[in-house]
Ligand binder design. Structure first.
Ligand code: SF4
Length: 632
């Protein structure tokens, strides 16, 4: 280990090899300390939690000891975009200088690779919409050129095209397949098995443990796992364990009807009525179980609500199928849509029956792609936590794992045993880089028109470039309406495009407001000039009855205990994550607006305030203006 420590010091020193090879490299003691902790854990085979504040430079800080070690390491990132960045940019570049003989590989889930066998079976006349036909032709041409078969090379594909060229683990023929030797997934898997450093993503990791033995064999071939942005893992695992079905198919129905209206004629009253009906239903589904908050309903009420939603969806689809049937010869898309409606209606009927007759509590949650339905495990079934999935040592890395210096909350979510945690402070000076602004709110967060009242309070303070984080889609929509009424332009709204495209477009602009809910609280990084202001509308509490959190806690404790042990720390951690979007470099400055007065006035205010770094607060608009002008 002493040898490794000396090597790290030599690489990281201001006269060292990194300073000579990497542009913009600067010696940072916290980065070297972070790398030393990673090296020690790798060497000892320890499971460890390492929190490194934003600005420490953790990617380089863990890649260097990994490349210098003699262990086979799996690196897992939260998103596929970050996975590609680590693989293509960071690790391969560093490997070139540090360990040119090391084999580095990347592996994604099956749905990310072309299945040549399925492509052979799919004919272009399987598609009815012209844009799908042309996209499929592009896929066919690309299939001759690609060296990896990674669909990411093609950008975003339409759902139907994508599903016509990919296969799930259950459908795959494996070694019995004629195309096995050319199969991109299995070739990537072979490279992964023989690699020294393997880069995957959290979704793949969770799938490998729960559903896919081919992936599990790869994951288990590693000596150590390093889990970047590890704060997401408990929830991803839990969601996968509890997920039953979703309503993402509704988007396809709406899109197909819209295509028919534009192709067959916008004056067709029947198609227009069906499209309007489908859109209204889509909006109704989007409001059914809104955002972070799940109603405090009993399981019986939630199940009844879900059955009612399924019944209404089934009735609508059956009506569509009946209505379109006489016109099925009119276009291929029409007959395709008719078939999809009839099949989906039959599925929904079965699901509704299962929920009605079963004893499992189900509930819905609005996620990025739409409503997802979860079912709680039976009370006597204890689900494994992440560390318990296998015996491989795991190093959890993130900017937000602890609260008030304690790792207890995160640790309980990943393990029933204690795990050691270390924190590495960053180099940001929040006292000078951040000013908090407290608007004078009369309404409380539960009251109607709260979001409008908040925006009215802060509208004149908002600088050119602002990020707004909401706790529900309803609040986001209300804020959007207010800003449109006020003629505010350059609004980037979650759902208008993929999160990645939205953030990229917003990052390029000098002015604009990026507005998001749940997914935007964590892991998004605004490049370029960053943001001048972050607004949080409400404290990101889950409801006391949030089934995912409570079921995942393995507790059957009274409400106040669940609040103190799970809901409050969960909220504090989310708040830290949201706040972390504001300052991304040492020379950045930002105004932080907190709308929720409970942050100051509640009995738990001190706990929440401790979750954030120290900086000054003001209620004075002039002071906020002055602070922002100083940054301009
Ligand atoms: S092995 Fe499976 S995924 Fe690969 S080409 Fe054959 S069927 Fe498709």
């Amino acid at each position: 280990m002493q040898n490794m420590t000396r090597q790290l010091e030599s690489y990281f020193s201001s006269e060292g090899e990194l300073a000579h090879t990497l542009t913009n490299f600067q010696f940072r003691q916290p980065q070297q300390d972070f790398a030393t902790h990673i090296a020690e854990a790798l060497n000892a085979g320890d499971t460890l939690m390492v929190e490194a504040e934003t600005g420490v430079g953790k990617t380089l800080g863990y890649l260097l000891p990994i490349l210098l070690s003699n262990k086979k390491v799996l690196i897992s990132s939260f998103t596929k975009a970050l996975q590609d960045q680590i693989y293509h940019d960071d690790v391969n570049r560093l490997r070139h200088w540090v360990a040119p003989d090391k084999r580095v590989a990347v592996l994604k889930g099956r749905a990310n690779y072309l299945c040549p066998e399925k492509l052979k079976r799919t004919q272009s006349d399987a598609f009815a919409a012209p844009n799908e036909v042309s996209e499929f032709a592009q896929v066919q041409a690309w299939s001759y050129r690609t060296k990896t078969g990674d669909l990411n090379e093609l950008g975003t594909l339409r759902t139907r095209v994508r599903s016509s060229i990919t296969l799930s683990a259950e459908e795959c023929l494996g070694r019995a397949c004629e195309s096995f030797n050319q199969c991109p997934f299995y070739r990537a898997r072979e490279r992964a098995l023989s690699s020294d450093v393997l880069v995957v993503n959290h979704q793949l990791l969770v799938a490998s443990y729960l559903f896919d033995s081919d992936l599990r064999a790869v994951v288990e071939s590693r000596d150590v796992q390093l889990l970047d942005e590890a704060e997401h893992l408990p929830e991803l695992l839990q969601n996968a364990q509890f997920r039953l079905f979703d309503f993402i198919w509704l988007k396809d129905i709406v899109r197909d009807l819209a295509t028919l209206v534009s192709e067959i004629g916008s004056e067709d009253p029947l198609l227009k009525r069906l499209l309007q009906q489908a859109r209204q239903h889509e909006q109704g589904v989007a409001r059914s179980f809104d955002g972070v908050f799940v109603s405090n309903a009993t399981s019986f009420e939630l199940n009844s609500k879900m059955v009612d939603l399924l019944d209404r969806s089934e009735a609508m689809l059956s009506e569509f199928a009946r209505t379109l049937n006489p016109r099925r010869q009119q276009s291929r898309l029409m007959s395709q849509l008719l078939k999809a409606c009839a099949e989906r209606a039959a599925q929904l009927q079965i699901l509704a029956g299962d929920i009605e007759n079963g004893d499992q509590a189900v509930w819905g949650q609005q996620e990025f792609d739409g409503l997802v339905v979860y079912g709680a495990p039976s009370a006597d079934k204890e689900l494994p936590r992440f560390v318990e999935l296998d015996a491989t040592p795991k190093i959890f890395v993130s900017a937000t794992l602890s609260l008030g210096g304690s790792f207890d909350f995160f640790c309980r979510r990943i393990s029933r045993q204690e795990i050691r945690g270390v924190s590495i402070a960053g180099s940001f000076n929040y006292r000078s880089q951040v000013l908090g602004y407290r608007p004078q709110m009369v309404l409380s967060p539960e009251e109607d028109h709260y979001t409008t009242a908040l925006l009215r309070q802060v509208f004149n303070v908002l600088p050119k470039k602002t990020l707004m984080l909401f706790t529900s889609h309803r609040a986001l929509a209300e804020a959007h309406r207010y800003l449109v009424d006020k003629k505010r332009t350059s609004l980037y709204l979650q759902g208008d495009a993929s999160a990645q495209d939205l953030i990229k477009a917003f990052s390029r602009e000098d002015a604009g407001i990026l507005m998001g809910t749940r997914g935007f609280w964590q892991g998004i990084d605004i490049k370029g000039s960053g943001v001048q202001c972050l607004l949080i509308d409400k404290l990101p509490f889950r409801s006391l009855d949030d089934r995912l959190l409570v079921a995942g806690s393995g507790e059957s404790a009274p409400g106040d205990q669940i609040f103190a042990e799970f809901l409050l720390p969960d909220c504090a951690l989310r708040l830290r994550q949201g706040f972390g979007r504001l300052i991304r470099s040492e020379d950045a400055q930002g105004l932080f607006i907190m709308g929720d007065q409970r942050f100051w006035d509640s009995s738990y205010a001190g706990f929440l305030q401790q979750a954030l770094p120290e900086f000054s607060w003001t209620t004075d608009k002039e002071a906020a203006d002055k602070f922002l002008r100083a940054d301009a």
